[in-house]
Design a protein. Sequence first.
Length: 387
Amino acid sequence: SISQFSVTVLVAVLSSPMLTILCLLLCSLHQITFAASKHNIFGIGLVNEGNTEELDKAQGIGGDRSWILPIFAGISKTTTAPQAGWVTALQGIYARNMSVIVRLNPPFGSEHYRDESDDPQHLNYTTLGQAYAKVVAALPKPKATPWDPHPILWLQIENEPNLCTEWWCQKPGPPLSYQEIAKEYAHFHMYVYKAIKALNEPTVRVCTAPLAPGGAVSCGCCGSSSCKGDRGGTTGLDFMNAMIEAIPNIYQDYTDCLCSHSYPAAKIGSNFFVPFPQAKPGLTYYVEELKTIKRSNLPVFITETGWPTHDPGHPKCTEQQKAQWTVDAYGLWMNMSVVPHGVTPFMLQDAYWGKEIGFEYVKVNGQVAPVYTAVKNKRCSLGFGPC
């Protein structure tokens, strides 16, 4: 709905030519926008913490109060503070008037958190939870502004633990069923959630990891992130149910939002990256996740989604098709009964995921892809500035 401020301005404008001129001047100077919804869900995801150029490009896509997902990868049980680049990135995001959900992660290539547990059953993560809390305590927090009097620093804890590459064994052992991995991850998340919440930071919210819509049945546990015993065949919903089986109140008491990887797909957990007209089951996958955890009023972030143009083994598309389908997807989400709080498609820029696979919004040479311009134009057409 149009804000009360907007209505007041519009009434005044209609009643006075002088105020019309004044309003146009103020709108130009302060980039006041009149949107059908005052909530900007547009955004983009990064593959790292982000540098100055990447943050500028991200702000150009989504505008003021749009969403960005940086990745702070590097937390282990011996971590005592955030890396300097993480602090700088958050300061840069706040300076650009953007909203943020940070993905907190182990170091890339070291996604074996089960080996950092405090017990042989891999169910006690007290030390690792305290390491997360030390990082969060020292991160810059958002400050209130007239446009956002109650800003939030949203945190996504880990990523897709239902994939063997994201929750693996450094120490070889018997194969792990998805139920066992779900049990371990649920306990890990609970310990991290409790440790961060004990900081009593009013601006911080903590959210469970998004699950891959299609996940592993079992993982080989061979001492590597890729084992002969790795087998796919479940959905993220199966993994959610296994987490609930392990800790019945995990989604009721230990998460402040749902992070979802609602990729375009013709079926739940399979048939990915089909054209938009066939892709609704995947694009609205988060609705099924909310039903599974019985939290229909939980804020939702789609922290990965999008079409690659040339991912081997999946349908191909042109850059123009990717652009149009992405705009269509935003139209779908904004007209759902549950509108996502923010959407950060995968991904802004990367030599592999962008150039080699085709998810990119910005090419490695800095040139913007058609999807960048199309999404920006869609956002501007809805009144979310600056344009």
